[in-house]
Design a binder for this molecule. Structure first.
Ligand code: ARG
Length: 564
């Protein structure tokens, strides 16, 4: 279902194979205005090559093209505009979607290669922040999208469960902690201890030394230190798991920073062997002057390792264990420098695969135009956000459809879907304004709008007694009125490809909104449920829309209830 490719093949023959079909395909455009056809081929490049005017070339090509998939061509200036044969293409599209169902839109260019996706990665003993929500949601969608393109995603939760802050936390717990309080509400209590540590340390700097020494004990495998650390970690993970469960997100690995504790000596040794480590301010660093980056800190003066050391060990481990084709890091743009340094150090170490590591940054979540901060009590707890969103969705159902059978289940699908969709619909680099009312609206570019359109289409199918296993034998329609919807449906594979290539799920989110809008417009104009010769074809179209909306939402990690 790739008409650009088909057209490129035709042009390739007509042009006597002077330009490769792949190059031609890249030149073909999709006109913004439907009145200019479905595809357009600009002839500027050919004009130079053939020393003729572009207009003349367009004329000549237009006269020569003879293919059943095009019903009309038209020359406007340097452009050859082509109109697809509505009947042929529509029938092909609909029957392809009916037979392939959820597989429609898949690609194979991934070739089965592994893609590791470092995502979510919250810090233990701290609240799950909006930044971690964004990483979770974007990472999960990317996993589904690359999988659809033939890669094998490996989702890794690189937990922030190691580092000097755990020395501080243990110090604070030993001084002021209370077992019961921690058990009752672990993250809240541990955060309070951590904040108290910093407050008190301002007037009593000896606390910092104690913190450092506890972290040293932790790194050296001291029993008491390890036991406390393990406990903090277990309790925190219990809280995080509730959020992942609500969002229906699973991981292939929870190997966090601590996992690399015994793998860092090797990194340091490798760096030493290559004489890349130098001393600076009593610390060990890798200079990155040629790369125009600040030095990358590997070891502190007291021998403690750092965030970057652990990421170096993790990169080596991932290459060795997963032999990734691509390694993605879905982490906020504040950490851009860190990932530049990481990739630069690995390149210096002579690993060509460092090129396949990609930092996938994203913008901030704002509240009233300001950064949402987890510090200083201004905490917006994600779990609360999700529960509130679900409650609001439940309330909407009670108002609009009180007789719905499985209200709680649907409220969860809509409430959670709204939060996820709101996050994914913008280009990932944009900052986004957090607003529950906005997310849950039934009109506009929201998750509930797309879900509602899907449910509405499902209800039409139920009323029309459509049966997916009996494809309409003979479609008595010209597909004129259906064409806008059809031309959206055939765009689905392209939207997926763009999302994968740009590592940007918003391509799919925008696509499903556009398809939902095209469908709603169609349904307002055409009486699908009225019996007519066209009805089987129209129901087949409605069914195709449900297939693609559902699959599009699935790729974003959003469920599609059939009734809501
Ligand atoms: N835990 C870190 C944070 O919250 C994010 C970790 C990202 N992944 C990585 N491999 N560095 O800032």
């Amino acid at each position: 279902m790739n008409f650009k490719k088909d057209l490129a093949a035709i042009l390739f023959e007509l042009l006597e194979q002077e330009i490769s079909a792949d190059e031609l395909e890249l030149m073909i455009e999709k006109p913004k205005n439907a009145s200019h056809g479905d595809l357009a081929f600009p002839c500027f490049t050919l004009a130079k090559l053939k020393r003729k005017s572009p207009n003349m070339i367009a004329q000549e090509l237009g006269e020569k093209i003879q293919s059943p998939i095009f019903e009309q061509t038209e020359v406007v200036g340097a452009y050859l505009n082509l109109f697809l044969n509505k009947k042929l293409v529509s029938e092909k599209a609909v029957s392809e979607i009916i037979t392939q169902t959820g597989h429609f839109g898949a690609h194979e260019f991934g070739g089965g290669g592994n893609v590791t996706i470092d995502m979510s990665s919250p810090n233990i003993a701290k609240p799950f922040s909006m930044g971690h929500l964004r990483s979770t949601v974007i990472g999960n969608a990317l996993a589904l999208i690359v999988e659809k393109c033939g890669y094998k995603p490996i989702k890794i939760n690189h937990l922030g469960d190691w580092g000097t802050q755990f020395g501080k936390l243990i110090t604070a717990y030993k001084l002021w902690g209370d077992v019961e309080k921690v058990k009752q509400s672990p993250i809240k209590e541990l955060l309070a201890l951590y904040i108290k540590f910093h407050d008190v340390a301002e007037s009593d700097p000896s606390l910092e030394d104690q913190g450092r020494s506890w972290f040293k004990r932790l790194e050296d495998g001291d029993e008491e230190a390890l036991m406390l650390w393990q406990w903090f970690r277990d309790e925190s993970l219990k809280e995080f798991s509730r959020i992942y469960e609500l969002m229906n997100i699973q991981f292939d690995s929870y190997a966090g920073e601590a996992f690399y504790n015994d793998k860092m000596d090797r990194v340091v040794q490798l760096l030493e062997e290559q004489q890349l480590l130098v001393e600076s301010d009593q610390a060990q660093v890798v200079e990155l002057t040629n790369e125009e980056l600040p030095p990358c800190l590997i070891k502190k003066s007291d021998g403690a390792t750092l965030y970057a050391t652990r990421d170096l060990a993790a990169a080596l481990y991932r290459k060795e264990n997963y032999n990734f084709a691509k390694s993605l890091y879905v982490v906020g743009h504040e950490q851009s420098l860190h990932f530049k340094q990481l990739i630069a150090v690995l390149s210096k170490m002579g690993y060509p695969w460092a090129e396949n590591m990609v930092h996938v940054p994203f913008g901030m979540m704002l509240k009233d135009g300001k950064k949402m901060s987890t510090r200083k009590g201004k905490v917006v707890l994600l779990e609360e956000v999700l529960t509130e969103s679900i409650a609001m969705a439940r309330h909407n159902i009670e108002e609009k459809n009180p007789n719905l059978a499985n209200k709680d289940e649907v409220a969860k699908q809509v409430g959670v879907g709204a939060v996820i969709f709101h996050d994914l619909k913008n280009n990932r680099m944009n900052d986004i304004e957090f607003s529950l009312e906005e997310m849950l609206r039934f009109e506009g570019e929201t998750g509930p709008y797309v879900q509602y359109t899907f449910a509405r289409a499902c209800s039409i199918l139920r009323k029309g007694k459509w049966q997916a296993d009996v494809p309409p034998a003979n479609c008595h329609t010209t597909w004129e009125k259906e064409w806008k919807v059809i031309s959206m449906l055939i765009e689905f594979p392209n939207a997926i490809q763009r999302a994968s290539e740009n590592l940007d799920p918003s391509q799919v989110a925008k696509y499903v909104v556009d398809l939902a809008q095209a469908f709603n417009k169609y349904y307002a104009e055409v009486k699908v449920l009225e019996e007519s010769a066209e009805q089987p074809a129209r129901l087949a179209l409605v069914y195709s829309v449900t297939v693609v909306l559902k699959e599009g939402l699935r790729l974003l990690g959003v469920e599609a209830p059939e009734e809501m």
